[in-house]
Write a new protein. Structure first.
Length: 432
């Protein structure tokens, strides 16, 4: 593949690939980033031994198998067991109440996207532990990544999938084998995995049940990465598949991405939604959310302040178990120095090189957002903060930065939602 600056024709071809990904998956190229797409294309071109970008675009357009391989390089099947623990407590309470209704058939639950199975298996463990036998519920789990589905079906996980402080469930439902953790057959048998693209019109039609069959639909940590049109298609699919009194579970940062046909399922809930009144107004804000953090966050930040904020966040994340051994401190040092010298393009290039080398990282996207903000490009900054949230929905600083951007453009309702999401992220962190 030619260098990214090799000319406008390469840029046009890359944007053709971005257009294909947007059309196939609904992915917003502005959110996922050209660097990530370029990296994916480069990997595929190397594998196919194709030199020219034009030739690659031609193959990707014609060959469905190649399309799927490119998709595998672009998606981020990042997940872990009991991600946002309180979600599973809430759903367990809902499920046991519904299951106790007289004459009730098995409860139906959909997890889409399910990544490597961590989410649907967490639901299965939660329900089994609540005393619901396997005949009392059916879990369908869908993803567009065949690799992720293969991992889910194998049911063997590394320590990375156990990022929660509470590991007691691992002792009950997994056994250690060759450095991995193998899920118990009793849990595995509760989940049926399927390939599917959630933005397709007929999504999940072939899964066996009638329309509006699901009592609970999990659709977490994807919406934030989709174009507005794709989000609308997902909402329509969810609307078709969810029972009238069913529960829609989204990521903590995702309610502001929905179109307002949903209301919180409980006062304290930002993630579990139910259908609002027909033609209802914007997404209602839970009462408990009235206590926003009020923490001053990144105002029209002088550059040094922005870099300090980014560094603080990165130090915090480096200490956690999920970040691996990426040399983030080196990126911060280099990009921060360049940005302090007002060399924004070079600072961003430095971050992009890190992403190309190591793959998507919430902290690097956040740093890029701060640099874009300092450079005065509010739109690009927002895109970076959304990418941050896609990888880490509880990233408080990104939530607050988005709240600030929204209030700057006079969108008080969205600003308030992001502030409330940040308050909840902060409360969750304090409680964990
Ligand atoms: C970050 S994971 C989220 C997994 C899980 N819901 C969670 O919150 O932990 C995002 C997943 O979305 C899948 N994905 C991306 N676009 C999709 C689409 N159009 N249809 C179905 N799955 C998609 C990816 O393959 C990836 O596994």
């Amino acid at each position: 593949m030619s260098r990214p600056d090799a000319g406008s024709s390469d840029a046009a071809r890359l944007s053709a690939v971005e257009g294909l990904l947007e059309c196939w998956l609904g992915l917003d190229p502005g959110t996922i980033g050209s660097a990530a797409i370029q990296r994916a294309v480069r990997i595929r071109m190397t594998a196919l031994e194709i030199d020219g970008l034009e030739a690659y675009v031609d193959v990707a357009e014609r060959d469905r198998a190649e399309r799927d391989r490119l998709v595998e390089e672009v998606v981020v099947p990042e997940s872990w067991f009991f991600r946002d623990r309180q979600v599973f407590d809430f759903v367990r309470g809902f499920a046991t109440t519904v299951a106790a209704l007289p004459g009730r058939g098995p409860l139906r639950i959909l997890s889409a996207p399910c990544a490597g199975g961590e989410e649907p298996y967490s639901v299965a463990m939660a329900l089994l532990e609540a005393g619901l036998g396997p005949a009392r519920f059916i879990i369908d789990a869908v993803d567009v990544s065949r690799k992720a589905l293969g991992r889910a079906e194998r049911g063997v996980y590394s320590a990375n999938a156990f990022r929660n402080a509470d590991h007691s469930f691992r002792d009950r439902w997994f056994c250690g084998e060759d450095g991995g953790f193998v899920i118990d057959t009793a849990v595995r048998q509760c989940v049926r995995f399927h390939w599917g693209n959630i933005v397709d019109r007929g999504f999940a039609e072939g899964l066996g049940g009638p329309a509006a069959a699901y009592d609970v639909i999990f659709c977490r940590n994807l919406l934030i990465y989709l174009t507005a049109e794709a989000r609308d298609r997902v909402e329509k699919n969810v609307g078709r598949l969810l029972a009238a009194d069913g529960l829609l579970v989204v990521g903590a940062a995702e309610p502001p991405t929905l179109q307002g046909r949903w209301i919180p399922a409980a006062d304290s809930s930002i993630f579990a939604l139910k259908r609002g009144p027909q033609g209802g107004g914007p997404l209602a804000v839970p009462k408990a959310a009235a206590t926003a953090t009020g923490r001053p966050r990144p105002g029209p930040t002088p550059l040094t302040g922005a870099m300090e904020l980014a560094s603080a966040s990165i130090v915090e994340a480096t200490a956690g178990p999920a970040t691996g051994h990426l040399p983030l401190d080196e990126v911060v040092r280099q990009a921060g120095g360049l940005a302090n010298d007002q060399r924004f393009v070079e600072a961003l290039t430095c971050c992009q090189q890190h992403l190309s080398q190591f793959g998507p990282s919430a902290e690097v996207f956040f740093l890029m957002g701060m640099i874009q903000q300092s450079a005065g490009d509010a739109d690009q900054a927002e895109g970076c903060f959304h990418k941050t949230l896609y990888l880490d929905p509880d990233h408080e600083d990104a939530l607050l930065a988005l709240a600030l951007s929204a209030s700057r453009r006079g969108d008080a309702a969205t600003a308030s939602r992001f502030r409330q999401a940040a308050a909840r992220a902060s409360a969750r962190k304090a409680a964990s």
